[in-house]
Write a protein that binds this ligand. Structure first.
Ligand SMILES: [Zn+2]
Length: 436
């Protein structure tokens, strides 16, 4: 009898040891050869094979791979990034939004303003190989009644982003339903510490701050006739940025004018969500010169190695067919963009988009046109710099041993024909082929 008990105990022990071993990857997981493709190496395409084990590329294994996928000369590029979006924002529509990004080839997005609770609703999805990889800025910091308080209050109470009369504008100005969710209000220096305590509740790597017409803040803030058209008082920006950096957060600034840009640079902001002069299409001709960045500011931005999304497609779309508006936009924004790029500012793809595949596709082209960029530089911006800027700690954007095995399989050479960037045949993310 005792012998039987002892055998049973040993059998149980073997079972649980088996469980432990089963939970680990087996001694050596299968190696896959992706055979005979053109691989983008950051400057050109190189023909050959790559090997994948688990979620990353590896050196060619001695003795070859366990299986082979013939790619028959297809063109492989790293997946794209979008460093300025506003989706996903919650579980509602998430699957459709994910599909829109994947269709375009975008695996990495950074939402520069989203609901904090909605981000938590997405936790069951995020962090898996087959899902979008998202950085959330959560709630942005602005002044009471500023941008984007009015926008998000109108969305929450009227289900549209604009007011129809003064009464609705005033109601949005007084409304606080989204306070502490999509925005924090900061109106004076003495309140910086209390707002920083609120920001510190979320561990995300990015904070977004709002600067609009900073030189006119004193006359506009708190006046409901300027609802939504101002942001932070300039004197809070430096201590706020310092505190965010102490929390380990990169700071992105929404700016509109050269004065906003100067305030943000003085404060040590890391990146910009728009080009100064954004909105030039609607500015009177007499104001255009004041929207051009002075050389001294351009040089400082280059020296501080800041990054910037130009939201170029949005500018083009907003300027519309009206040639005078297009001319004003181009005269200011394109000149500022080229001056900043020449000084060393790194431009990233950022569509400022909710879920519009057309804008997602248009943005890299519009940015490249604005910069006068070659196709290879465009590809580097979209597939290398932008993903690496969103996830600076990850081994992405490179199709080589030691990097995550993520790639888009293109039917043709995008350096010969840019349309090939959207002739995507298959998508691999962290070693997993995504469903077609
Ligand atoms: Zn935005």
């Amino acid at each position: 009898m005792r012998g039987v008990v002892r055998w049973f105990v040993v059998w149980l022990a073997v079972l649980s040891l088996g469980d432990v071993l089963g939970a680990q990857p087996s001694a050596r997981s299968a190696t896959v050869e992706l055979r005979d493709a053109h691989w983008f190496d950051g400057t050109r395409f190189v023909r050959g094979s790559r090997f994948v084990r688990d979620d990353h590329f590896i050196d060619p294994p001695r003795g070859g791979a366990d299986s082979v996928i013939a790619l028959a000369g297809a063109y492989l590029v790293p997946p794209f990034g979008d460093a300025h979006t506003h989706s996903p924002d919650g579980a509602r529509d998430y699957e459709a939004i994910r599909q829109t990004y994947f269709d375009v080839g975008v695996f990495y997005v950074q939402t520069l303003a989203n609901h904090r609770a909605a981000r938590r609703d997405l936790l069951p999805w995020l962090g898996r190989a087959t899902e979008l990889d998202v950085v959330f800025a959560d709630a942005v910091v602005t002044a009471t009644g500023g941008h984007p308080q009015i926008l998000y209050e109108l969305l929450a109470t009227r289900f549209r982003p604009f007011w129809e009369n003064d009464a609705e504008r005033f109601e949005a100005f007084r409304s606080r339903t989204q306070d502490g969710q999509v925005y924090y209000r900061l109106d004076r220096l003495a309140d910086v510490d209390s707002v920083v305590r609120l920001i510190a509740r979320d561990a995300g790597p990015v904070l977004k701050i709002m600067l609009l017409q900073s030189d006119r803040h004193a006359e506009r803030a708190g006046d409901s006739t300027y609802a939504g058209s101002y942001g932070l008082p300039p004197d809070v920006v430096a201590p706020l940025v310092r505190a965010a950096h102490q929390l380990g957060k990169r700071v992105w600034a929404h700016v509109e004018t050269p004065v906003d840009f100067a305030v943000a640079l003085d404060a040590g902001v890391d990146a910009f969500a728009h080009v100064p002069g954004y909105g030039a299409a609607d500015a009177p001709d007499s104001l255009l010169a004041s929207l051009l960045l002075p050389d001294s500011l351009v040089r400082r931005a280059g020296a501080q190695r800041v990054e910037m999304t130009a939201t170029a497609a949005l500018g083009v779309a907003e300027a519309g067919e009206d040639t005078a508006r297009v001319r004003r936009h181009a005269a200011v924004v394109q000149r500022n963009v080229r001056a900043l790029a020449n000084a060393g500012v790194q431009f990233l793809v950022g569509s400022d988009n909710y879920n519009n595949a057309h804008i997602l596709r248009l943005e890299p082209r519009a940015l490249a046109r604005m910069l006068g960029q070659s196709p290879v530089a465009l590809l580097r911006t979209w597939a290398v710099h932008t993903p690496q800027a969103i996830f600076p700690g990850r081994r992405i954007g490179v199709l080589a041993s030691g990097y995550e095995a993520s790639a888009l399989v293109l039917a043709c050479d995008p350096l010969r024909e840019l349309e090939c960037l959207q002739r995507i045949q298959r998508r691999m993310k962290q070693g997993v082929w995504l469903p077609e």
